[in-house]
Design a protein around this ligand. Sequence first.
Ligand code: GCO
Length: 264
Amino acid sequence: MNSLFDLSGKRAFVTGATHGLGMAMAKGLAESGAELIINGTTPERMDKAVKDYKKEGHKVHSFIFDVTNEKKAKYYVEKAENEIGHIDILVNNAGIIKRVPLKDMDVSEYRQVIDVDLTGPFIMAKQVVQYMIPRNEGKIINICSMMTELGRDTVGAYAAAKGGLKMLTKSMATEWARYNIQTNGIGPGYFATSQTEPIRKEGHPFNDFIVNRTPAGRWGEPSDLAGAAIFLSSKASDFVNGQIIYVDGGILATIGKPANENDN
Ligand code: GCO
């Protein structure tokens, strides 16, 4: 493997990596040599995930805590640093979505989405960077979204959080690049995961809409995301800062086309 992308000897902390895109990115990093530390909030889901990682031969450590809990985040980052080893890479992937029209959304629901999707990455990065700065080295990757750039009915809170995450990423890059810490983001397009299952069901109008709206003509597969995660975790991105890499099949490249337009 080209040593630019080799993660041997590196340790990656991936939040929300018990399933979906988080697991796919974590597995990609592990296949490039990284040791994994993952977190989740559901013990049953974590047990299943750890078995899955280990079945594939990956070295994984796991913690159960909520990234919005600053005390727990501090405790587990410290525990990882002291008992497992340096955290070289942080992937802020944990996130939730609530699909409710803004006019109907309870403030408590809105606050929860902002807390998990925007404040959680801040809490985790703030803890991890305390250890990266003295080492003058580190990689932080914040998982953004199409909603970082685009609105959509019913996901206003999520879009506000993911839009904010773009500027938080740029701000982290601004303040931490001087310590040789590269902070960037990945913006997944529409992927086949449990989060999108409700809007991806066969025959669901949104399913047809996305396939038509995506120049690649398909939903992303979680494995499509691993390459960007490996790139932003490796030496290959040592001079990349504050960038969001969109892995979206071309959605953001185009205004789209009428549903009935033929291919040529
Ligand atoms: C939705 C989807 C999106 C995707 C992803 C797109 O309801 O529109 O869940 O939010 O999950 O975030 O990048």
